[in-house]
Design a protein around this ligand. Structure first.
Ligand code: IMP
Length: 436
């Protein structure tokens, strides 16, 4: 049974939650491989709305194994809160959730340092979610981080935590002139939380390899988007993990040759939260209208999202790097009522050259200065939310989708026209992207 990945094609918030939920229903295992509780996936089950930050989307389905893979960074307090919220709504979380012992832990001082670093950066701030993601991954790479398994190993925790805390306290005090939250309390709380999780701790790589050998369907759930990838994205305005399909293998221990299919989710336009290059950003009233029509406010932080037009230069770059078999386009309904729909097909670079491929070789300021070259497509006025098949769409909407597919060089396999599960339909029977 092919293992399948779903990733974000743009800057996150593409509506992956609903797509993942659809596949999770059919999967045996669902695994997160990167990021932390900076993510926010909204899923509707009937009239019930769930927002998942850290726990994989299969948690809402009976009989699924949901793995938080070793590449994820985990704030134990946030994880327990999310578990309790789901349990209060009758979800059997402990039966369905497993956590790799090698996940690195986010401590309160990582969150504090995340905020302090943003202030320190001044006008160069990244606009992080403030969840301590960057500082935790930095410690992981510096080999001073602490994993869940280390907390459960009393001796190793005592020594490593003391060393880490001493370093962080010195940085907070000497660089930022601040004192950290009560460290003794943190150590006790973390130890207790880790103990409560002990029964769920596994070797995630082995778990997935066995499932694969047994013919189970495995779904890899991407978080954030390809343009926020630490290496492939708009550095330094990125998150601190590998968000693309390449992150799956390091982030879980699943072998690369066993991933058979990868699909990405993209909005019919573009959004971004936080700072950084966004070539097709629309600053005027049209951008404001996209924000209002699309209700573009962050699921994790509530921040208004920056809005703009679909960018085929960016999207083709991400589609190629992820090795996609297809793309799911979401929020197509949001575009109703715009007379004309600009789509970026090239960039004019600061030196005057016009390019059709993402200019990854540019520094960040030059990337901020590129000007999109647009092709304008006719819009439509019809409400799309009741469409259930391609033929229900007005000709202009179908032409818009065809244009994106042609420019992306990848089939568009499904369209979403609203938040409900029923408001999504497949477009190309030649490219099966679900298991059924
Ligand atoms: P961090 O991941 O909190 O360090 O934030 C780094 C950048 O990634 C900021 O621009 C955030 O707004 C952005 N970011 C992180 N997670 C998400 C997400 O789930 N959706 C959209 N943007 C995100």
């Amino acid at each position: 049974m092919p293992a399948t990945a779903i990733v974000g094609l743009q800057w996150g918030d593409e509506g992956k939650g609903k797509v993942i939920d659809r596949l999770a229903e059919e999967a045996g295992h669902v695994a997160r491989y990167a990021g932390g509780n900076n993510a926010g996936h909204t899923v509707w089950v009937g009239e019930e709305r769930y927002v998942l930050h850290l726990i994989p989307g299969g948690i809402l389905h009976e009989g699924k194994v949901n793995l938080i893979g070793r590449g994820v960074v985990v704030d134990l307090h946030a994880l327990e809160e999310e578990m309790a919220g789901l349990e209060a709504r009758g979800v059997a979380v402990r039966e369905r959730l497993r956590v790799d012992g090698r996940v690195h832990l986010i401590f309160p001082f990582h969150r504090e340092l995340d905020a302090m670093a943003e202030v320190w950066r001044g006008s160069g701030r990244i606009g992080t979610t403030g969840r301590g993601i960057g500082p935790t991954y930095a410690d992981k790479v510096a080999r001073t981080g602490i994993r869940l398994a280390d907390v459960l190993d009393e001796e190793s925790f005592a020594v490593r935590f003391e060393a880490l805390l001493a370093e962080k306290a010195a940085i907070a005090e000497k660089v930022y002139g601040r004192r950290l939250e009560d460290p003794a309390r943190i150590a006790e709380e973390v130890r207790a939380a880790a103990e409560r999780l002990r029964p769920l701790v596994v070797d995630g790589g082995a778990l997935l390899q066995h499932a694969d050998a047994a013919g189970e369907r495995i779904l890899f759930e991407g978080a954030q988007g390809s343009m926020l990838d630490l290496d492939g994205g708009t550095y330094p305005y990125v998150t601190s993990s590998w968000t693309g399909t390449w992150g799956i293998f390091g982030g879980t221990g699943f072998p690369p040759h066993r991933l058979e299919r990868a699909f990405a989710v993209a909005k019919a336009y573009c959004t971004r939260v936080g700072e950084g290059p966004f070539p097709t950003e629309e600053h005027g009233p049209l951008g404001e209208r996209l924000r209002e029509q699309g209700n573009e406010y962050g699921a994790t932080t509530g921040r208004p999202r920056r809005c703009g037009w679909f960018d085929t230069v960016q999207a083709r770059y991400a589609a190629r790097a992820n090795g996609l078999q297809g793309v799911v386009i979401t929020n197509l309904d949001v575009l109703s009522g715009f007379a004309r729909l600009p789509v970026a097909v090239a960039y004019r670079l600061p030196d005057g050259r016009v390019v059709e491929d993402w200019p990854a070789e540019l520094g960040c300021s030059a990337l901020e200065a590129v000007e999109p070259v647009y092709e304008e497509l006719p819009g439509w006025d019809e409400d799309l939310t009741a469409a259930r098949r391609l033929a229900d769409l007005p000709a202009a909407a179908r032409a818009y989708v065809d244009f994106l597919a042609e420019r992306l060089g990848v089939p568009i396999v499904s369209l979403s026209v609203g938040p409900g599960r029923e408001q999504m339909f497949d477009t190309d029977p030649a490219v099966p992207w679900t298991w059924s």
